[in-house]
Design a binder for this molecule. Structure first.
Ligand code: SF4
Length: 719
């Protein structure tokens, strides 16, 4: 059944923009096309910037993830869909998040937003709530946008090709791409959004995920099953840059860097991001047993080489969008499911990505079939594979520490390296099967409060005392579970997680490899400086609709001779060539950083408006800074003895282990507090992480509403 439909005249993309927003109000079943004002474009550029602006304008301090006015925003950017350059299929999904209770966004690749843009829209905003599950159908072929009944299936991953056939009409399968969230998004706070497209080489549908922050949860809360786009990119579609030859030249440059560099560096085109498993394991960064340990001999069973040789059998160029020769979107074509509602079926598994594999090692499991099983079900249910795994790891450790008992878990013993129990929990969490697993589906922040209450009622300690213990290893900050890197030995990545505006996800500041693996920022000052520059430049990718991997994961051969090789400036120059050739501008790197800083500041202001965003919200659990328990310390005792002697200046000879561990923990806490002060100053914030008046003025945030947010935040911290 069709609930609403409009016809529209397609707008051509000019210099990377259509300047049109598609707005859908699901309460009133109303569809509108709006012009995006020039001032908004200048201030927020696209992608994440547009999502921030839509959410800021459509919500207020009282808005929660399930409020009808919450805006579920989608946006590409001026380079989204440019097939002449690498990494241009990316788009952003943003909303007030169920986990963080403030703005959160997640980026994802695929053909969905390039098709939406080709159909005439730079952004989509969805508000309101529908009583029954519906889809929004953006149909460039018929020139219509409609709201229709959702398909019967809850599992778009399993039924994807059937759905494409249902929607494509006379068009080729590749003319359809869609976003969808499955049943796990209805039952958890960490529902993800699948971006599904037809892969002409593999002759089947592929799925990428906008995993973080519960964007799928917001989607299903609105009664929105998904959004379908139908458009034909082969028929004269173009980003219409000012200087096509310039874009071609820039694209040729980046593809040459990738072609020559990747085979000798990470081998992402062969191994996907599983290439990171070896590197992280070698450097004690791979999460094992709830981030307790960072390296394990069993990693040899699941290394990137094993994935390359045995799992990613078919050697396809796996770009998630045309034009990307880094092509990291690998897949396993056949996996027989061992558990759950699809047990016995043979399925294709997209990925698995490093993060998903590491979520499984973090449960003590080093087994490829288990990783494939976990990856497929997380996508099929549409739950974030990171949050799901980190929640289960936390439950296991809380059980091992005696805070959780069988009384709480429904008689289940929780232990490491127990795949049967992990899959049982996964299926139950995704379906909200019982009280315990339904609570787990609300994330660690909720769960630790509940565990503390349960434990306090039986062991004579107060809830606060137990919470203090749990906080040592409950791996969440701002309500979001940490992504999959051990940060104990990387101060830069501790800040990268702790100061990230959306919570501890690495896309704002993935400094772990530059700091700990390559040792390219050895001094405190270099780490602090990196925590200003990298979040800004990485945010820039998110506001323009580009993938960061061709920049950060392949080093330009000329970068070694530059002042700061980690910034990979010769590749940045290729991005500048893309920008100026598309837009007809003469922008410099400083201009890009300033554009980025505006969106960054907007995110900070939304966080402050929602009652968060100050210094206390940037603190991270001790487990992210140092060993918490003696077995963690002893696991790397020689390393820590050397560290305490050389870096802390401690005489370690006459001290017992308890004193050594306590000194280490205190030192790391102090370092982190000092880092906060230094980075806040560099970012133009006061010591409470609130922007100064000068920062607001410098970036053009002079409107009274912004000033009021800052005033109220200052009053709040002053008590
Ligand atoms: S590097 Fe990977 S994720 Fe990025 S655009 Fe290319 S295929 Fe997609």
């Amino acid at each position: 059944m069709t609930h609403a439909m409009i016809e529209y005249q397609k707008t051509t993309v000019v210099k990377g923009y259509t300047d049109q927003l598609l707005h859908v109000d699901l309460t009133n079943m109303k569809i509108e096309i709006k012009q995006i004002p020039a001032a908004t474009k200048e201030m927020f550029i696209g992608g994440r910037g547009y999502c921030l602006n839509m959410v800021y304008e459509g919500t207020d301090a009282a808005t929660r993830f399930d409020s009808p006015e919450n805006v579920l925003a989608f946006a590409g950017g001026p380079f989204c869909g440019e097939i002449g350059f690498a990494g241009t299929g990316k788009f952003i999904i943003g909303a007030i998040s169920p986990l963080t209770r403030t703005f959160c966004d997640s980026n994802v690749g695929g053909y969905f937003f390039p098709l939406v843009k080709n159909a005439g829209f730079d952004a989509i905003s969805v508000t309101g709530k529908s009583d029954k599950d519906v889809i929004i159908f953006v149909d460039d072929i018929t020139g219509t946008v409609s709201i229709k009944d959702a398909p019967e299936t809850e599992n778009a991953i399993y039924d994807a090709e059937k759905l494409v056939d249902l929607w494509r009409g006379e068009s080729k399968p590749s003319a359809i791409a869609f976003v969808n969230a499955g049943i796990g998004s209805k039952n958890t706070f960490f529902g993800c959004v699948n971006s599904i497209y037809y892969d002409v080489r593999r002759k089947r549908c592929r799925a990428k995920q906008a995993g973080r922050g519960g964007m799928g949860t917001v989607m299903r809360e609105k009664g929105l099953w998904g959004i379908v786009a139908r458009s034909d990119l082969s028929k004269g579609s173009s980003n219409h840059p000012v200087d096509k030859a310039g874009v071609r030249e820039a694209g040729k440059g980046i593809r040459t860097v990738v072609r020559n560099g990747d085979p000798n560096e990470l081998r992402l085109a062969q191994r996907g991001t599983t290439a990171l498993l070896d590197i992280m394991n070698t450097n004690n960064i791979l999460p094992i047993n709830n981030y307790k340990f960072g390296s394990d001999d069993r990693e040899i069973n699941i290394s990137g080489k094993v994935f390359e040789d045995k799992i990613f059998g078919q050697k396809h160029p796996d770009g998630c969008f045309a034009g990307c020769n880094l092509a990291c979107t690998k897949a396993c074509e056949e996996h027989q499911l061992m558990t759950g509602p699809f047990k016995g079926k043979t399925v294709a598994v997209d990925g698995p990505e490093y993060e998903t594999a590491a979520a499984v090692t973090n449960l003590g499991i080093f087994d490829i079939p288990a990783i494939l099983e976990y990856a497929w079900y997380c996508d099929a249910y549409a739950v974030d594979s990171i949050s799901t795994g980190v929640v289960i790891a936390f439950l296991i450790e809380a059980y091992q520490q005696g805070h959780l008992t069988k009384e709480d878990t429904g008689g289940v013993e929780l232990k490491w390296n127990d795949a049967d129990t992990v899959f049982s929990l996964l299926h139950k969490i995704a379906t909200g099967a019982d009280d315990f697993t339904a609570r787990a589906g609300r994330g660690i922040r909720h769960m630790k409060g509940w565990i503390a209450e349960q434990a306090a009622s039986r062991n004579g300690h107060t809830k606060e005392e137990i919470l203090q213990d749990l906080n040592l290893f409950a791996m969440e900050t701002k309500g979001m579970e940490f992504s999959m890197y051990i940060t104990k030995e990387s101060l830069a990545q501790q800040g990268g997680y702790g100061f990230a505006l959306k919570g501890p996800q690495h896309d704002e500041a993935w400094l772990i490899a530059l700091d700990q693996v390559k040792n390219e920022m050895p001094t405190f000052e270099q780490k602090a400086a990196a925590l200003r520059w990298f979040p800004l430049f990485r945010t820039w990718f998110n506001i323009v609709g580009l993938c960061k991997l061709p920049w950060i994961d392949v080093r330009h051969p000329d970068a070694a001779a530059t002042v700061d090789p980690a910034k990979n400036i010769p590749t940045v120059d290729l991005y500048l060539e893309l920008v100026n050739s598309t837009l007809g501008t003469e922008k410099t790197l400083d201009d890009l950083l300033t554009e980025s800083e505006r969106s960054y500041l907007m995110h900070k202001l939304i966080n402050l408006r929602q009652g968060f965003g100050t210094r206390e919200h940037d603190r991270i659990p001790l487990r992210a800074m140092a060993p918490v328990f003696m077995d963690e310390f002893k696991d790397r005792k020689d390393y820590y003895l050397k560290y305490l002697a050389e870096t802390v200046g401690m005489d370690v000879t006459s001290k017992d282990d308890e004193e050594l561990l306590k000194t280490l923990q205190d030192y790391r806490r102090d370092q982190y507090e000092t880092l906060m002060d230094t980075v806040y100053t560099a970012k133009g914030y006061d010591k409470n992480s609130i922007p100064t008046d000068e920062t607001l003025n410098r970036l053009g945030f002079e409107d009274e509403s912004y000033i009021q947010i800052v005033k109220e935040a200052r009053q709040r911290v002053a008590g």
